[in-house]
Design a protein around this ligand. Structure first.
Ligand SMILES: Nc1ncnc2c1ncn2[C@@H]1O[C@H](COP(=O)(O)OP(=O)(O)OP(=O)(O)O)[C@@H](O)[C@H]1O
Ligand SMILES: C[C@H](N)[C@H](N)CCCCCC(=O)O
Ligand SMILES: [Mg+2]
Length: 224
């Protein structure tokens, strides 16, 4: 069984980085070797901007106990774009281009070389564009790794999560688990949202409360 995981989202800004960081901390506390990567990131300020501390890259490096430096940032997130847009649009604003083949090759090389487990965070939602032609789903399929799907608990999150699960199923991507990360001002408890998803998918569904730690059981599903 593959030991690496792709952290996909049912949408953007719903907790992929939060869940990835929480899982990374839990695995490290268990003495496991784990690397959290955000290979492609948009909305990233320059390293010398104080706002960089809130970036996905900075949060994932912190969870791994790695100080921010030009080298560590490049090793975690080689493709970074400033505009808070889908990566293809953000790249176009900078007159840059990104090819799925290069992105996938970089990830495959890291997976092949890695001691321990890689957690690779995607961008936005499962089918957010990553290049002019490819979506996050194309990227995930090119890596041949299972998905961990992160969903919110906001109104509409159940449909977003189930739509993503169904897309993964139709494309033959194994779904290791779903994590419902509690959204701010959600009208129903996150556990109610998780229960509604649990009824309709075969993968385990976990619930992560606002500010909560990695759910028990999630770390146990990560191999390696
Ligand atoms: N369970 C949670 N408890 C506390 N804060 C959370 C939780 N889930 C998400 N957040 C916060 O909500 C915001 C958005 O979450 P996060 O950055 O993890 O989303 P994302 O899905 O990774 O977004 P992106 O698509 O930009 O990568 C962040 O400030 C994050 O810290
Ligand atoms: C800027 C944001 N936080 C993410 N980095 C990019 C989200 C792209 C979503 C595109 C879409 O699906 O409409
Ligand atoms: Mg993120």
């Amino acid at each position: 069984m593959p030991r690496h995981l792709f952290i996909a989202g049912a949408g953007t800004e719903i907790g992929k980085t939060y869940v990835t960081a929480a899982l990374t901390r839990r695995l490290r506390a268990q003495g496991r070797t784990v690397w959290a990567l955000k290979p492609l990131a948009s909305g990233v300020p320059p390293l010398d901007d104080p706002a960089f501390a809130d970036s996905d890259t900075a949060r994932l490096l912190a969870a791994q106990g790695i100080p921010v430096s030009p080298e560590s940032v490049a090793a975690c997130s080689p493709w970074r774009f400033a505009a808070p847009l889908s990566p293809d649009q953000a790249a176009a604003r900078e007159g840059r281009e990104l090819a799925l083949a290069d992105l996938a090759a970089w990830c495959r090389e890291r997976m092949a070389q890695a001691q321990g487990t890689l957690l690779i965070e995607g961008v936005g939602g499962l089918m957010s564009p990553v290049t002019d032609e490819a979506t996050g789903l194309d990227w995930l399929k090119a890596l041949d790794v299972p998905a961990l799907l992160v969903a919110g608990s906001h109104l509409g999150a159940i449909s977003h999560a189930l739509t993503a699960c169904e897309s993964l199923r139709l494309h033959g991507v194994p779904l290791r688990a779903v994590v419902v990360s509690e959204s701010p001002d959600a009208p129903a408890p996150a556990e109610i949202v998780a229960a509604a998803i649990r009824l309709r998918v075969t993968a385990p569904v976990f619930c992560l409360e606002r500010g909560g730690p990695c759910p028990d059981g999630l770390a146990a599903l990560v191999r390696g």
